[in-house]
Design a binder for this molecule. Structure first.
Ligand code: NAP
Length: 531
């Protein structure tokens, strides 16, 4: 497409995922001229791109749903307690159709640049195809896990077979029958994928660098009786999520780990282990994430569970994490993951012992062997939270680029704005929280804020340096009380070589964040300069 005349907008939202769709809905309700530019050829964001076999919610379907529309809640039937990717993508398409959002969404438009015009307080935006917009407000709803991370392994382009990153999975199913497949990575994505690939392929080699503490998902079909019960109890479900720090239905046990004796503790661990979802993490003793001894006590329990499920003790040891705390990395939820290593056609390769040296035309070469493969799957994660923003040529006041602004790590006020980038809102999972629960909070906050600016005749909003400084210090102080480790994790951006290490979320939880939003609104946005 040659360059078009820019469309004049009040707001441009980048991304048609969970956040972007709802942000569009909120702003349309206010009568604004608003569009979404979406890089994919369909809506759904994460649930459009991540089509790998086994992709599904780790959050309860009911707690991941949008809560804003009673009609939507009553019309949509979740089929499984932890719904699979095809259904999740259908849900987001259903939402887009129901609220007639499609005429306002431009698909296949990846934003290439956004330059702030200080004289007019407008953003000039251009996509890779040459589509242009001039907009007062620019909203990045680009997702926290969108920018794929390909590892820096020499020879990737030399491989003669097929290869895929899990987040750029082909729309047509991949035929694994009889093939020799290699999966690099053992994070939450790989843990969902591996059992499916092992069943479908000739032989699977898993290249593991760091084992994870994986916990059973315990998915189930939703029966008609349960469906009726869910539809009756949505208000209580969302109320409960709103009260918990992480926005899930699970609340921590009020006791500390060593308040109870060993037998009672073991019985409690067994009880939460038998429950679905993240109960085993967020429903644990209250000091799990703050007391190292308490955490290690639980780690021992989880390692025992792994050893019980893996037949070969040497393989089981490789699968047992020993170098980090439970919850220091995101806990993968699994179905049949550990049993997969009991299959004759599955081999676990520890690439910490023998690192991957290169990808060759034939497969993967480690320090001690070459593994011949027909397919390589890169389940190697994402340049999380900031990655999809810093890939845009984004320039604020005085032409400062976002890369320069965040050279020493991202600095924001409330995760929503960064100094020097007026009228630019970042909706990238500001809070460490069940995604949709907090996405609704930020989209509504931004929508009301833009409404306020228009009502009062303000043209420009920008976080103040003092507010940003205070927020950054506050957010850092919250993390200091939590168990940290030097392990590589996208939580801190440390999975990406050269990325400054910084916790990429607000760890104070949903309730505190909502209070902060309410305070800002009541004070006329005291942390922002309005003009
Ligand atoms: P990830 O957690 O970052 O895992 C990436 C994996 O690739 C790790 O095992 C990592 O090893 C490995 N790796 C990276 N570079 C490597 C290299 N050069 N050599 C060998 N191994 C390498 O990414 P992910 O599994 O895609 O998950 C990311 C996040 O997506 C999750 O934490 C979760 O929040 C989200 N997710 C959500 C769901 C859901 O809700 N249903 C499902 C899947 C994923 P190291 O650990 O040693 O770095």
């Amino acid at each position: 497409m040659s360059k078009s005349a820019p469309e004049e907008l009040d707001a441009l939202v980048i991304g048609a995922g969970v956040t972007g769709l709802y942000q569009l809905y909120c702003l349309l309700q206010r009568g604004l001229r608003v569009k979404i530019y979406e890089a994919g050829d369909g809506v759904g964001g994460t649930w459009y791109w991540n089509r790998y076999p086994g992709a599904r919610f780790d959050s309860e379907s009911v707690s991941y749903a949008y809560s804003f529309s009673e009609e939507l809640l009553q019309e949509w039937d979740w089929k499984e307690e932890f719904s699979g990717q095809p259904e999740n993508e259908q849900y987001l398409n259903f939402m887009a159709d129901k609220f007639e959002l499609r005429p306002h969404i431009r698909l296949g438009e990846r934003v290439k640049s956004a330059i702030f015009d200080e004289t007019a307080n407008r953003w000039d935006v251009e996509t890779e195809s040459g589509r242009r917009a001039r907009t007062q407000h620019l909203i990045a709803a680009v997702g926290i896990l969108s920018a794929t991370h390909m590892p820096d392994i020499p020879g990737i382009a030399d491989f003669a077979g097929e290869s895929f990153h899990t987040s750029r999975w082909p729309a047509d199913p991949v035929d694994f029958a009889g093939k020799r497949v290699g999966v690099i990575g053992t994070g939450a994505t790989a843990v969902q994928l591996i059992p499916h690939v092992a069943e479908a392929c000739g032989h699977l080699t898993v290249f593991q660098r760091t084992p994870n503490y994986c916990a059973p998902l315990r998915n189930a079909q939703i029966t008609p009786k349960r469906q009726a019960e869910i539809k009756r109890s949505y208000p209580e479900i969302f109320e409960r999520c709103n009260q918990t720090v992480a926005g899930f239905i699970h609340e921590p046990d009020p006791r500390a780990t060593f308040d109870v004796g060993p037998e009672e503790r073991e019985a409690f661990y067994e009880e939460i282990w038998a429950q679905p979802g993240f109960k085993k993490w967020f429903g644990n003793f209250k000091d799990l994430m703050t007391n190292p001894e308490a955490n290690e006590e639980y780690c021992k329990f989880v390692r025992k569970k792994i050893r019980e499920r893996v037949d070969d003790p040497a393989v089981a040891e490789k699968l047992c994490p020993k170098d980090h705390y439970f919850g220091a990395k995101r806990i993968p939820l699994e179905t049949d993951y550990y049993e997969t290593y009991n299959r004759d056609n599955v081999l676990l390769v520890d690439v910490r012992e023998a690192p991957i040296e290169r990808i060759t035309a034939k497969g993967v070469k480690t320090a001690d062997a070459e593994y011949e493969l027909d397919v390589i799957v890169y389940a190697t994660g994402f340049d999380a939270v900031t990655g999809e923003i810093t890939r845009i040529d984004l320039r604020g006041v005085d032409g400062q680029t976002i890369q320069e602004r965040w050279a020493e790590g991202p600095r924001t006020y409330m995760g929503l704005q960064t100094v020097g980038f007026p009228n630019f809102f970042i909706e990238n999972g500001a809070v460490f929280c069940n995604f949709t629960r907090c996405a609704e909070v930020t989209a509504e906050f931004v929508s009301r804020c833009i409404g306020y600016l228009r009502e009062k005749g303000y043209e420009r909003i920008e976080a103040t340096p003092e507010a940003e400084e205070g927020w950054t210090k506050h957010a850092d102080s919250l993390i200091k009380n939590m168990l940290r480790s030097d392990v590589n994790t996208w939580f801190f951006g440390s999975n990406i070589p050269g990325k400054p290490r910084a916790f990429l979320f607000y760890a104070g939880g949903g309730p505190a964040y909502r209070e902060k939003c309410a305070h800002e609104e009541a004070s006329g946005y005291e942390g922002f300069a309005l003009s």
